[in-house]
Design a binder for this molecule. Structure first.
Ligand SMILES: CC(C)(COP(=O)(O)OP(=O)(O)OC[C@H]1O[C@@H](n2cnc3c(N)ncnc32)[C@H](O)[C@@H]1OP(=O)(O)O)[C@@H](O)C(=O)NCCC(=O)NCCS
Length: 184
């Protein structure tokens, strides 16, 4: 299968139905869904529907969540990517949302940061996006840490169907500035 992006330790490629066992291991884990409305999947059929939706995003927007593959073991460790959101949320619509999700056994290895860095770079340089958005639960300290390390700014906390949610943004200009200063 064609790789979209490569980092030191990871390949990113389109998600396929062949990833279903790995995705099920991840998405049936209540800990993985702790800050995702606490609704882990109950069967693989539900995941096949999710994969269909992701394929629709590839088809309609040329982008979507990608499988994150460990280069050495070839395991699908989770997913990360940009989703184009047309529907209004928090008074915004038509924006790119950065997201990531990994099997619990792979947390704390820096995969989210490594995969997201490559995706952000691709989004700003190849897709020429102006601003990216990311959402997280205010209590989700790991995810907040990842976003802050990448340079996202907390814009506001809004009410997402009754759940307080952090709305973060990162502009292309800030990304360029941060990366120029880190290589200086
Ligand atoms: C959130 C998630 C993607 C993070 O993935 P990860 O690969 O473990 O993240 P990384 O290792 O790249 O970075 C995590 C950072 O959080 C830090 N961290 C861990 N626990 C923390 C805590 N309690 N408070 C603050 N920072 C914490 C780590 O030290 C690390 O920072 P460092 O590299 O500067 O040391 C992963 O936990 C996950 O898949 N969770 C389930 C799905 C999910 O919640 N997705 C995000 C929805 S917004």
């Amino acid at each position: 299968m064609e790789f979209q992006l490569e980092t030191n330790r990871l390949y990113l490629r389109e998600i396929s139905e062949l990833d279903i066992d790995d995705l099920y291991e991840m998405d049936s884990d209540p800990e993985v869904h702790r800050y995702l409305f606490q609704n882990p999947v109950k069967n693989k059929k539900q995941l096949l529907e999710v994969i269909k939706m992701i394929h629709q995003q590839y088809h309609e927007n040329g982008i979507g969540r990608w499988a994150v593959i460990n280069k050495e073991t070839k395991e699908c460790t989770g997913w990360a990517g940009l989703k184009y959101c047309r529907e209004p949320l928090n008074h915004r619509s038509d924006y790119f949302d950065l997201g990531y999700r990994f099997k619990q056994k792979h947390w704390g290895k820096g995969y989210a940061t490594e995969a997201a860095r490559a995706i952000i770079d691709f989004g700003f340089t190849t897709l020429n996006i102006d601003v990216m958005v990311a959402l997280t639960d205010p209590e989700h300290h790991k995810s907040k840490k990842v976003l802050e390390k990448l340079g996202f700014d907390l814009i506001e906390v809004f009410d997402y169907n009754g759940y307080p949610t952090n709305w973060y943004e990162l502009s292309k200009n800030n990304w360029i500035k941060l990366n120029d200063s880190s290589s200086a």
